[in-house]
Design a protein around this ligand. Structure first.
Ligand code: SRM
Ligand code: SF4
Length: 575
């Protein structure tokens, strides 16, 4: 079918007519309204921002009969591999304090979000972000998003190489349009543009993306077989480094991972990436570009719920997809190597870097950096950045690493955290440390249930129940999301909890820490209050019947849904 015969989704038209991501943003920035028009909202995503409204306030306003919304913007800074300096972290904290909602959100893809920015402050926030050599361009939208990479600061060639590869891939797939600089960074008086955060001045073509960019968001991650901390299988494109004799000999290229589901649309599904080929380091960029271009040219542009690359691969099968990529690449693709992921490290606590210095992984519960009546996490991070000036790495588990700490400064870092009542990673229970929740209420417009605010409450109860049956030190992952879009990747951990209806969650079991197996739906529409009791029934079975060294996810996968349901019913009836 030609484009004319396919009814393109409205967003396609908007992108095409946006003149490389300009649209009507400039005009709307100069009006007095607190919000952008709906069409601009789609284009703005490519500049790294979402229009939102405070849903707590929305409810309060509706109760008072006020129809308006409390509009505000969320801004996401793209941070390849999660690497940033203390100066950059301090700049983000200052922006949150002065122009945001005073908190920062570390994301599940090693980026930082500011919430609660007024439209009128956007230019200042973006200018100040770029002043510290960071950018929001391409953090969202139908382009390659923030490139993930194992953030561990081990000083050896393997880690240097993968982190350099993350930078190269990120740079290669950045949008080239100068719209970003024109809109946000130009000085209206002199017309000068500050070219800092990506994009090329005066460049009016997008050699990779073309005028319509990609059919949908595209996500890339780079990881190691022995440490899948970036959850490589959930990405559109995964580059799994294969190490021989302390050298990266190349990458298994994985394609077509993605989590989002629309339950009402039965043809949507979460998918783990499949092996496509093996690429030597020199071949990675050209093969990745061929993959992106195949998705650009053949991905579904009619239905955005079917537009991720996983659906193209599902429709074609991996062999046809491989043939097409090879055609675009211009050469036959190598067979993949047999290696797979076989380890996972969340990098929390103290570890030696290999150059005499140390790093400390600080667990940040659900990625929220804030000060409250119990602890002053934001103040602590600020003080560490001001005094010790470490480099910082964000993890894909919404946490952070302070790196390059001298042996003699270790106690000082710990003391700063303690002074501000910040819980050390070592003091977290295993279950809480291995859990994560998406943002959801009150900022996410798509949230059906609570998530970030609900998981800690659930954890309080879960910790107590696990202790009662002696499973406190059991390592397994729990991930919660406020809807089935899957932003905290809930479809491949040991336990996934997905908001489905008001206060009710779909419960998934049987995934695993390694991230290379999908979980199955165990029960649907479980009320929040019943989640822990439901999980504990299965935990009790697990404790009684597990095989040696079997993990919770492996146990659930082995026993299977029907048998688990039958056996938990028996436990319930007997009690
Ligand atoms: Fe996400 C949409 C937050 C990682 C799948 N995601 C959203 C939006 C922007 C809601 C919206 O469209 O209006 C959320 C903003 C909430 C807020 O108030 O901040 C949002 N997603 C997040 C973050 C902040 C969650 C977090 O707790 O950290 C993560 C930001 C990552 C980043 O730095 O780039 C985030 N989102 C993910 C992931 C996990 C990942 O990529 O590793 C996924 C699943 C993987 C995937 O893409 O398949 C994910 N988000 C989605 C989807 C479903 C996409 C799909 O293919 O169906 C949506 C909805 C959409 O795109 O239409 C979505
Ligand atoms: Fe929002 Fe749903 Fe993503 Fe949670 S999973 S942040 S509720 S879109």
């Amino acid at each position: 079918m030609t484009d004319k015969e396919i009814k393109l989704s409205p967003v396609e038209k908007l992108k095409t007519e946006s003149r490389f991501l300009r649209g009507t943003i400039a005009d709307e920035l100069s009006n007095e309204l607190p919000n952008f028009d709906g069409d601009s909202v789609q284009i703005l995503k490519h500049h790294g921002m979402y229009q939102q409204d405070d849903r707590d306030q929305r409810m309060a306003m509706r109760a008072k009969g006020i129809k308006d919304k409390a509009f505000m913007m969320m801004l996401r800074t793209r941070i390849p591999g999660g690497k940033l300096t203390s100066e950059q972290m301090l700049a983000e904290i200052a922006l949150a304090d002065e122009l945001g909602n005073t908190t920062l959100r570390l994301t599940t893809r090693q980026a930082i979000q500011l919430h609660g920015i007024y439209k009128s402050d956007l230019k200042e926030v973006i200018r100040r972000t770029n002043e510290v050599q960071m950018s929001t361009l391409g953090a969202c939208g139908d382009v390659n998003r923030n490139v993930m990479c194992c953030p561990a600061p081990f000083k050896n060639k393997i880690y240097d190489d993968i982190q350099a590869m993350a930078d190269t891939v990120s740079e290669h797939f950045l949008p080239r349009t100068s719209a970003y600089h024109e809109l946000w960074l130009s000085n209206p008086e002199t017309g000068e543009k500050e070219l800092v955060g990506g994009g090329i001045d005066g460049h009016e073509i997008e050699p990779i993306y073309g005028t319509t960019y990609l059919p949908r968001k595209f996500k890339t991650a780079i990881g190691l077989t022995y440490d899948n901390c970036i959850d490589i299988y959930t990405n559109d494109l995964g580059l799994l480094a294969i190490v021989e004799n302390d050298e990266i000999v190349g990458y298994n290229v994985l394609v077509g991972g993605g989590m989002g589901v629309t339950p009402a649309k039965k043809t949507t599904f979460p998918a783990l990436a499949k092996k496509l080929t093996f690429a030597t380091p020199d071949e990675v960029i050209a093969i990745s570009e061929a993959i992106v271009k195949v998705q650009r040219d053949f991905g579904n542009r009619a239905d955005r719920k079917h537009a991720r690359m996983k659906y193209l691969i599902n429709e074609w099968g991996i062999d046809k997809f491989r043939d097409k990529v090879s055609e675009y690449y211009g050469q036959r693709l190598n067979d993949s190597r047999p290696e797979d992921v076989d380890g996972f490290n969340d990098h929390m606590g103290w570890d030696e870097q290999g150059d005499g210095k140390w790093f400390y992984g600080l667990n940040v519960e659900n990625g929220r950096v804030w000060d409250n009546e119990k602890f002053k996490l934001k103040s602590a991070i600020k003080e560490v950045c001001e005094t010790l000036k470490p480099e910082i790495r964000l993890t894909s588990h919404q946490s952070l690493l302070f790196t390059d700490i001298e042996e003699s400064s270790k106690a000082e870092l710990t003391n700063i955290l303690k002074k501000h009542n910040v819980q050390l990673s070592e003091e977290y229970s295993t279950v809480r440390r291995w859990s994560m929740a998406c943002v959801a209420w009150p900022t996410c417009g798509l949230a059906i249930t609570e998530s970030e605010r609900a998981l800690p409450v659930m954890m309080d109860e879960f910790e107590k129940e696990l202790a009662k049956i002696g499973l406190s030190s059991e390592a397994f992952t729990v991930r919660m999301t406020g809807c089935p879009n899957g932003c905290a990747r809930p479809f491949n951990p040991d336990i996934g909890l997905v908001g489905k209806a008001k206060n009710r969650y779909t419960m998934y079991l049987g995934g695993r820490l390694l991230g290379n197996r999908l979980a199955f739906i165990y029960k649907d529409l479980v009320p929040f209050e019943e989640i822990v009791p439901e999980i504990m029934k299965v935990m009790t079975l697990f404790k009684a019947n597990r095989e040696e060294n079997e993990t919770f996810g492996d146990f659930c996968d082995r026993i299977g849904k029907d048998s688990l349901l039958a056996q938990t019913d028996e436990v319930e009836n007997a009690s």
